[in-house]
Design a binder for this molecule. Sequence first.
Ligand SMILES: O=P(O)(O)OC[C@H]1O[C@H](O[C@H]2O[C@H](CO)[C@@H](O)[C@H](O)[C@H]2O)[C@H](O)[C@@H](O)[C@@H]1O
Ligand code: MG
Length: 901
Amino acid sequence: MSSDKPGSAEKPVSGRIINCVPQLPYKVSRNDLYMPGDDQDPSDEWKLTPISGNSALYSSLYLLRDSPDWEEHVVGWTGEIDPGNKFSYVAPPNQRGTQAANDNARYNSQESNEDPLYLSQEQKRVIAEKLQDKEDSNNKMTVHPVWLLRRDQLRWREYSDKIVWPALHYILNPPSDGQKENTWWYDYVKFNEAYALKVAQIYQPGDIIWVHDYYLMLLPQLLRMRFGDAIIAYFHHTPWPSSEYFRCLSKRKQLLDGILGSNRVCFQNDGFSRHFVSACKRLLDSTSTKKKSKGKGRDEWVISVYGGDVVVDSLPIGVNTEEILRKAFTEDIDEKVKVIKEAYANKKIIFGRDRLDTVRGVVQKFQAFEAFLAMYPEYRDKVVLIQVSRPTATDQGLKLEQQVNDLVNSINAQYGTLNSSPVHHYHVRIPEDAYHSLLRAADLCLITSARDGMNTTALEYVTVKSRSSIDGCYANPLVLSEFSGTSTVLKDALIVNPWDAVAVARTIKKALCLTAPERISLEQKLWSKVPTIQDWNNSFLQRMVEIAEHESQDNKITPALNRPLLLQTYRAAKRRLFLFDYDGTLTPIVQDPAAAIPSARLFRILSKLAADPHNLIWIISGRDQQFLSKWLGTRMPQLGLSAEHGCFMKDVSSEDWVNLTTKYDMTWQEKVHEAMEQITVQTPGSFIEKKKVAVTWHYRRADPEQGEFYAGKLKASLEKFSKELGLEVMEGKANLEVRPKFVNKGEIVKRLVWHPYGEKQLNEDEFKQDDTVPRSQLPDFVLCLGDDATDEDMFGQLNDIESVWEKRFPDGKNEAGHYGIYPVTVGSASKKTVAKAHLTDPQQVLDTLGLLVGDVSLFQSPGTVELDDRGHVKDSESSVKSEQAGAAYNMKRTASLKDNA
Ligand SMILES: O=P(O)(O)OC[C@H]1O[C@H](O[C@H]2O[C@H](CO)[C@@H](O)[C@H](O)[C@H]2O)[C@H](O)[C@@H](O)[C@@H]1O
Ligand SMILES: [Mg+2]
């Protein structure tokens, strides 16, 4: 932290951190010995046990708790709460065998066993208090549990563990019909929404919100929707894969979009950030600039997306070296190390500790060790590999366990003797003191991960080896996989490719033959590179303070459209107006303009929207009348249409087009055609689209560099005469368009909004705003969607209208406190926008419109939905039912326990 205390008057930060972690560090379980009674302390009903994994993250939380500079709030899911065995309803003796007892037994077996987590407010309060006490006796860190108490608590992990995690680790899932994935996705959305809700309850302006890892990829954007100015950071602890893998995820855009609600996205190393930037470029069409970060020499990108700038960089996480050294060098551990050394006297101890999942490379490790014993027979009775594999509950777990057991048995059978085995494999979670003793006793640490973000075992090993103690335990070498994120930090380790068993075997031999001076020299280099968690916290927050200080008005990130709130406003409104651009908004951009025709899904949704008498729909496009009539007007005459960027319009349910440019001289067209034809000859693949008034030069099918170059040339030559002739030259998506300056999409919007709702349009060339139209006749819901620079005229116009309404109709706002006006940009990267929100692409546009007509689930995309503690939408039918069932269940349970006490 800088010497200036955060939160001081001139700082934009409050000095508070809201740390959002995927799970709180303790498992909550019911204590089976507990019986409710007058003399019982209710907190005895629950017990907390520390969970394994994520040690570096939790270590960071505890250090911040003790920092005088920050006030810390931790928001995290409770994890699966273990309901214990003793919750069952047991009929009191006098009722046994009766109908009531049978009913209750049925209740017991069906309801409670399937859904035992009906915790009362009091029980939640007790657990929350316990979690708080556990963390901090001085109450310096406030814990805010996220309750998600629905049936089948594993549901909250499915999407993260089964879909996201494999992709992040370069594992492709087998093809599926996507049904399960969809359900998991809805739960993932809810999981993130539950966090957003919790953060919203405690957020204060100036707080730094720090979101951790892949369970919470949607959270930054959800928070951005609520708090436009919030300072949000996302740290990704796991690897980030090449965009070729990431793009296989069906929700790839939503996930990226979710993360990009942050001001800063940070990874374990430059390679991961580079892949992330590349995914944003390829999937979201963002642009980026790269520079070296101050001091550390790491890469830092600024990516421009949705009109805002997001910093992307890396900062490898560290370990609490002081604490490790303190804990690993005690008299008790000295004793344990001696015992280990004696047990393996005359043998070199190779040590490994990994989670037993496919990416930690345990199989590769045993294969390499087998190769080592085969290649160097002289070592067969001189080494032992002690491998501790932490069990995991993954689908591949059993298969992997079998494979590992087979390998261990085969190595021991081949190279072991009656009284010694070369491999000692412990498939358990070992206590901390045993782990420290093994780290100290080891002659070599072997890490062969196929993928990991940051391997803390490697960092802890190097830390322990930095201190001399018992003979032969100091400065021993580390063999480290090049696929571990740690290899970018510990570059001086003996780096190996775990897929090359022979090469790993050779490196093991080399490591065991190093002389003492060689080992010491390597250790010194490594030790100086071990990042400490203290430095990690400080550097991370220091950079956040800088980012907060430089966050300027024109750098604002445009939040994602808050769909649940949109739906709420939509439902409450009666005079709704939809203003849709066409290309790139309702249909995806394609190579050939003639091929961009409306999809069946678009028609279905538009028809449903149009069927509601409270809706008026206008398509305001750069396309000509012919195209719009053919593909939209003929099939849906109830649509209003405007062609050629505002040159023509056709009222709803009318067949007549009105030309709004009749009184203007059109001789300029010839000059423009001439200039465009010249450039077309020079740019193979380009072509001119001639409309009635506007003219468009397309270069999408030209060589991209050549196209851009000649577009620049053409623009310059058109601008020479455009001003004098009253023309506007517009840069579109791989096109240049020219039309008279006085017509534009914004002018059409003005006509449509400033108009008694539902009345026929007056078709004069020049629009005169009627200021006498009362609020009750103006639209109370306007959703305007567009993807291009020309759509900015519509958004700007709507913003102006809103300002005027603020003055004219201060009492005319809806229940949410606004006028129901939504200018929303679609996708697009580098452009700055005056829209108030964004949607990523036409697919999200259809999902959003589908939501309004009941075609799409509320949880298809994230938004700010109020959930209850069980993950139901607040006050919904299911929420009320669940609450009632919970109350009934708790009454029965208490009665049953008391009767049986
Ligand atoms: O205002 P819009 O409805 O968005 O129309 C803008 C222009 O869209 C068309 O061109 C663009 O879309 C084509 C189809 O995806 C694509 O091939 C082309 O590269 C884009 O520039 C249309 O051809 C123009 O007339 C519209 O003005
Ligand atoms: Mg468009």
